[in-house]
Design a binder for this molecule. Structure first.
Ligand code: URA
Ligand code: CA
Length: 432
């Protein structure tokens, strides 16, 4: 088989066979196929697309480029969740203990973040003492005991995805639905998930700017799941504004604790319950999502959910007292309020700009090697549709820098105040 012929075939709009797809991924991963040929193929895929059959084959070829995680020593149906990424998305931190409290086993592999704020692991590391460097045996033991443990993503998980992603990043081919789908699904499958719940975000703060594209991406991933024997459910959620009130690592831990105690922001609570209910159903711990939601609400009210979170923190070396006393988390030296100069309704909140401001404060990484400041971030006090009066606090900047004039300027242009009521519906569709 020659790479040239495969490129030509895709360029002319034909379907690639599973044998051809396996050939490409295997030989690209071992270095036989050069970047320039792979780039040409990626661009052909970008323009010509892929059938569901091709994207399922690509997903499995990427899975097989590395080691897969064996979770067979963990009893029960392992349900994983993935979000396509948003600003201030604290849901994993809430969902993991919440569904574990309903009997779902959550052996979670997480990565570090790039961009707006840190990933789940960075956020957890703002808890004094908490660590994810545990052995596989400890991981299995903890999940069997507490239903929940989190471990860092291993380097040999889906290596082809790392190579492909870096190449896509510099060849303007990131934004292709079959390439995004296979990238996401391969990592979930390689990390041992039996079933997958996806939160596909749409709006100014998301990858997929339109609802139509978000639906296409979700349908493609659900279809891949079906074809490879992993039940997959996707919801489409709105990312026109940051989720919850907190953006920043320690700030989001604080917000997750509040939410697990039933005192969290409305949108973050709603999304966590919605995603969680699908996880509970997929794990056979409830018959319907309505029944699952009741269980989850009950576990928040009774304190069961926060108790699971506390046990989990302690089991991985963290100071569990942060649950009662959030002042034990890292705090920024300066808290600077930003006041409203007008009276009216919030008609726009530019999620990605607020996210970028948080990143520039040091809450997120510019490059893989950036060091992040776990204490800093932004609190958003007013959300879409909220009434504001002149002099009300719109944001609080948590900073360790002296000069934050640039951050202030970014926040000053990240919202609009008017008099029209905007649609702030959070959950737009469910795709099964
Ligand atoms: N997230 C991924 O993991 N892969 C993509 O291609 C896009 C978003
Ligand atoms: Ca948040």
């Amino acid at each position: 088989m020659r790479m040239y012929d495969v490129i030509e075939k895709k360029r002319d709009g034909f379907e690639l066979s599973t044998v051809e797809i396996n050939f490409i991924i295997e030989n690209y991963t071992n270095g036989t196929i050069p970047d320039y040929q792979m780039s040409a193929l990626l661009m052909a895929i970008y323009f010509k697309g892929m059938t569901n059959e091709e994207s399922a084959a690509l997903t499995m070829a990427i899975v097989n480029s590395g080691k897969t995680v064996d979770l067979s020593r963990i009893e029960g149906i392992k349900v994983d969740k993935h979000s396509t990424g948003g600003v201030g998305d604290t849901t994993t931190l809430i969902l993991a203990p919440l569904v574990a409290s309903a009997g779902v086993v959550v052996p979670k592999m997480s990565g570090r973040g790039l961009g707006h704020t840190g990933g789940t692991i960075d956020k957890l590391e703002s808890i004094p003492g908490f660590h994810v460097e545990i052995t596989n045996d400890q991981f299995v033991e903890l999940v069997n005991k507490n239903h929940l443990a989190i471990i860092g993503q291993s380097d040999n998980l889906a290596p082809a995805d790392k190579l492909l992603y870096s190449l896509r990043d510099v060849t303007a081919t990131v934004n292709s639905i079959p390439l995004i789908s296979s990238s996401i699904m391969s990592k979930k499958i390689a990390s041992g998930a039996d079933a997958i719940v996806l939160d596909v975000k749409t709006g100014s703060g998301a990858f997929m700017k339109t609802k139509e594209d978000a639906i296409k991406l979700a349908e493609n991933m659900v279809e891949i799941g079906k074809r490879v024997g992993k039940k997959t459910v996707a919801i489409i959620s709105n990312m026109e504004q940051p989720l919850g009130f907190a953006i920043g690592n320690a700030l989001e831990i604080k917000e997750a604790i509040k939410t697990l105690k039933g005192q969290g922001p409305k949108d973050l609570t709603e999304l966590s319950i919605e995603l969680g209910s699908h996880m509970v159903v997929l794990a056979n711990k409830a018959k319907t999502t309505a029944e699952a939601k009741e269980i989850l609400f009950e576990n928040i009210q009774s304190g069961k959910a926060i108790h699971v979170f506390q046990t989990f923190i302690k089991s991985q070396g963290g100071d569990e007292h942060i649950v009662q006393d959030s002042s034990l988390l890292p705090q920024a030296h300066n808290q600077i309020p930003i006041y409203s100069k007008e009276t009216g309704l919030i008609t726009r909140l530019i999620a990605d700009q607020i996210g970028r401001a948080a990143m520039m404060l040091g809450a997120g990484r510019q490059t893989k090697d950036s060091v992040i400041d776990l204490a800093v971030g932004i609190e958003v006090h007013k959300k879409l549709g909220d009434e504001v009066k002149k002099g009300d606090v719109l944001f609080t900047i948590h900073s360790n820098e002296k000069d934050i004039s640039q951050i202030k300027r970014m926040l000053d242009t990240s919202f609009e105040i008017g008099n029209a009521k905007v649609n702030d519906q959070l959950i737009l569709e469910t795709i099964i």
